[in-house]
Ligand binder design. Structure first.
Ligand code: N01
Length: 549
């Protein structure tokens, strides 16, 4: 393992600098080192591998993708050897999977941990990236590759009096490694997105009293988590090639064949039967296997939304609490669909209270708790499950500058502008793994990450074989791509919610739909077409060869 040192070092020259040691960085390192034989530096802020799964250790944290496709497909032996314990892997299991991958491929020794990249500037004189870290590293690299995740910049809202609270407070995305003891404590959770919805039922079981501060009620589908039937996994293992092939060409990176049925063409009985079947199976299949028009047609969507509202009312005993939990201000799926385990049931517990802060907003955090317009709630612990400055926040934590010193922050002042979610015009030889404008957060991440890493590796290899010094996205191609992303988004129901997909959760953030909503299969085809057409939409500048004298 490369240890971080605080002494200022001389500039080192490498082929590539990569940031991050999650799924993206680990595979990128493997490619650069073992397949391309290049030189590299990899920096990771944490003291171990894992990325998202290193940081998000809150109680109940688990993945919403089914375990057997939440892994690397490139290590075929490991696919056969590794056995996930359940339908949806929990955070510790995913972390131990990534540690196992890192050990198995001897990756850790080549990663510099506990080191944040602070600046990356494209040097117009050398056509290289000058990169600096908080540990005093200076590196000059031909390629600058980010594997920093889409949801890495945790967001604690700027609530008045936040620092006056005399109890303990935590954000779900930077949870203490030793855990938090909730026994005998009065706990408040702010936020009911994926992190809140996973942690609330677990905290409720441990705390003396739990108060949930909810701004927006959410649609959710039961996970129906269960331990995996080993016969089922053994069967999957016999057809893994086919499973991955289907996932790679699917809409969301899962190995399902989408339904072609319309909710509007079905009878009320057929709809009820389809939704009941999806509800019983649980997870994202509720949408994927029921009707094709739920995400694009408001009337079709309303049928699914009403079904879910009915389930909430059936589950929650107290009718007043149930009504507070029923979402009415956005279509189903327009905010990130939530997958839950005993979420609504939790409100039937005597020690759990729901506070509707849409109607009685939080006024301040006091030394003793949280005060809303309705009164003060005394608390020992506050959990902020308040989400992230998604997709762009982690980029803006660094001082990234392209040609002529242009700052990425300025370039993206009106929202992220990218070509394919991989590149930015004016930022030659910089590549983003699952950047804004790629399917990323709308897909099963490992599938999208693998596609990006492989595409970037092929391009890097191409530059070596064809004497190319820099690769830069064309402004026109970028403008057309951003317009294409917006055009597809406008045909969906996504713009009808105030979601982090649009940056709506961050005060002052420009409203722009950030991920590519056209599906991972279509996206892959587009990237392959760009490659087949000689990297269409990019300018490839040859290496300058000094004339012989
Ligand atoms: O964050 P969120 P998250 N005052 O932004 C509320 C992935 N993920 O960490 O809806 C009061 O979704 C906010 O309210 P509102 C997944 O992609 C995956 O839960 O904006 N409340 C909302 O309720 C997910 O979508 C997994 O009105 C405030 C909550 O806080 C993404 O990460 C697990 C507030 C934030 O919800 C983010 O999820 C966990 C304020 N000032 C996360 N500000 C799995 O795979 C925000 N809120 C399972």
């Amino acid at each position: 393992m490369v240890e971080a040192t605080k002494t200022k070092t001389a500039t080192t020259e490498v082929d590539a600098v990569v940031i991050g040691a999650g799924f993206a960085g680990l595979y990128m390192l493997k490619k650069l080192r073992d397949d391309l034989g290049l030189t590299w530096r990899i920096f990771e802020a944490a003291d171990d591998v894992g990325g998202t799964w290193y940081w998000n250790r809150y109680p109940g944290a688990r993945c919403d993708s089914e375990a057997y496709v939440y892994s690397f497909s490139w290590d075929k032996e490991l696919l056969q050897e590794w056995t996930w314990s359940g339908k949806y892997p929990e955070q510790p299991e995913i972390l131990s999977y990534l540690q196992h991958v890192a050990d198995r491929h001897d990756l850790k020794k080549d990663i510099q941990f506990s080191t944040r990249v602070t600046a990356a500037h494209f040097n117009d004189d050398t056509n290289r990236w000058d990169i600096e870290t908080d540990q005093g590293d200076h590196v000059s690299a031909r390629f600058f590759i980010t594997g920093i995740g889409c949801l890495s910049a945790g967001q604690i809202p700027d609530i008045a009096g936040r620092d006056t609270f005399e109890g303990d407070s935590y954000h779900t995305s930077s949870w203490p490694h030793e855990g938090v003891d909730f026994a005998g404590k009065r706990v408040g959770v702010i936020g009911t997105g994926s992190s809140g919805v996973q942690s609330i039922p677990v905290i409720a079981q441990q705390a003396e009293h739990l108060t949930v501060f909810q701004r927006t009620p959410q649609f959710m589908i039961p996970a129906r988590h269960h331990t995996v039937d080993s016969h089922y996994l053994d069967e999957v293992k016999t057809r893994y090639d086919e499973v991955w092939d289907t996932a790679r060409h699917s809409v969301a990176g899962f190995p399902y064949t989408p339904t072609d049925k319309s909710a509007l063409e079905a009878t009320a009985e057929e709809r009820q039967a389809a939704y009941e079947a999806g509800w019983a199976e649980g997870g994202f299949r509720f949408t994927g296997a029921s009707f094709k028009d739920i995400g694009i047609d408001l009337r079709a969507n309303a049928t699914a939304a009403e079904f879910i509202r009915g389930k909430i009312r059936e589950t929650v005993d107290d009718p007043e609490t149930a009504e507070k939990l029923v979402p009415t201000d956005h279509p189903y799926g327009s905010k990130r669909t939530l997958i839950d385990t005993n979420y609504f049931e939790t409100y039937n517990r005597d020690n759990v209270e729901l506070v509707d802060i849409r109607h009685a907003p939080i006024q301040e955090i006091t030394p003793r708790g949280i005060r809303t317009e309705d009164g003060e709630y005394e608390l020992d612990i506050i959990v902020f499950a308040t989400g992230f400055d998604a997709m762009t926040g982690s980029f803006f934590k660094m001082d990234i500058r392209g040609k002529d010193g242009v700052q990425l922050k300025d370039k993206w002042a009106e929202g992220p502008q990218t070509y394919l979610g991989l590149s930015v015009a004016g930022f030659p030889n910089m590549f983003m793994i699952t950047g804004p404008g790629s399917p990323s957060v709308l897909s099963n991440m490992p599938v999208s990450i693998e596609q990006h890493v492989e595409w970037i590796s092929d391009l890097v290899e191409y530059t070596g074989e064809h004497n190319v010094e820099t690769v830069e996205a064309d402004e026109d191609a970028q403008t057309a791509w951003v317009a294409h992303v917006n055009d597809i988004a406008s045909k969906t129901l996504f713009p009808l919610a105030n979601s982090w997909y649009l940056g709506a959760n961050i005060p002052g953030k420009p409203r722009a739909f950030m991920p590519y909503p056209g599906g991972v299969g279509n996206y892959r085809a587009k990237c392959d077409e760009v490659t087949a057409n000689g990297y269409e939409g990019y300018t490839l500048t040859p290496t300058q060869v000094e004339a012989a004298t």
